[in-house]
Design a protein around this ligand. Sequence first.
Ligand code: SF4
Length: 190
Amino acid sequence: MPSNVPDLLALPGIGTYTAHAVAAFAFAQRAPVVDTNVRRFVARAVAGEADAGPATTAADLRAVEELLPLRPDVAARASAAFMEIGALVCTSRSPKCAICPARARCAWRASGSPPSTKPGRKPQGYAGTDRQIRGALLAVLRESAGPVARTELDLSWPDAGRRETALTSLIVDGLAVEVRPGVFALMGDG
Ligand code: SF4
């Protein structure tokens, strides 16, 4: 396993986050590890913003790298600390500033913890989603005393294409099974 970020990035399937995390946590390298929690912590403590806003990978990496101590092993410990503080202390809804090791130098706290000026994230709806279609299919299978014919499942959702895609995904995920051509059941009931 390579120990530096460029060589780790050259491996298939290894992205920026993983390469930096392996370099920092397995090899004590000075590599910024940036997840959502770290971005929020840095946005508050350094930039004085309530939220980090949309991800901008290069800028986020630079912002966190600037905070890392120069000694690689100490920087790696700082990376772990940033992640823990972001996940457990500087939480999205109720930051525990009283126990935060950064409270004395936190820009957001010093400015009175103003509300976010960034546009809120749109909550994901449920109506019309693949999850709803899968749920409708599963409800039919669950409520039936035995295997269910495709014609019966057809009544659960009007769009045939999306219904078929959802049914296939349930089979692939191991939640449903086609017990014989055109007849379906919950996995385990078939
Ligand atoms: S003092 Fe509060 S807002 Fe600032 S970094 Fe710590 S937990 Fe987050």
